[in-house]
Structure formats: C-alpha cells, structure tokens
Design a protein around this ligand. Sequence first.
Ligand code: SF4
Length: 100
Amino acid sequence: MTYQYSLSARPESRESWLDDAACRGMDIKLFFPDEGEDVDPQAKAVCEKCPVIEDCLRWALKHEAYGYQGGMSAYQRGRERAKRRIALFSPNMYIGPIMR
Ligand code: SF4
C-alpha cells in the first residue's frame, strides 16, 4: 500500500506535539506494515517510549484508520473508538504523524 498524503503536506493540520514525537524522521514502513504483516516490534518499542503517546493516540483515534500509532494497532484503535464512542473522521486523508 502506498500512502500519498502526510501531515507535512497539509501544514494547516500540523499538531504542535509532533515536534516531540519519538518516531519523527523514522521510516514510515515500520508503522504501516503491508496487509497481513505484523507490526514491527521496533515500532511498538518506539511508541512505548514516546513522550506524546497520549496526544498521538487521541489524534489517531479520530483520524487514522491504518497503521500502528499511539501505541495501538488499527484493530486496537477500532475497539477503543467503540469503547470511547469516538467516530473516525476523514480516514485516509493523512498517513499519520510520523512523516516528518
Ligand atoms: S506513532 Fe505516535 S506514539 Fe508512536 S512514536 Fe509516533 S508520535 Fe509517538
């Protein structure tokens, strides 16, 4: 799967907490495995230590349908969305906060 959009391509949507993202500048493929592939353990380890994981998760719950972000897989976020009664808004418009 090829992602063509990014937050950096949409400066008006840039979130200030992205400056502190532990994944900043990393290879996005770590966080967006191909269909059927497991998330790279390195991505999980990076998220675990990320100082903005709560901000990222809040953002990803609202905007990100794919990938491992905010310390959760897309499946886990789907369950969390249902639990928190959060609707996914504009899925597929962004690839996530890690494309800096
Ligand atoms: S995906 Fe989110 S929680 Fe994980 S390292 Fe990046 S900004 Fe932090």
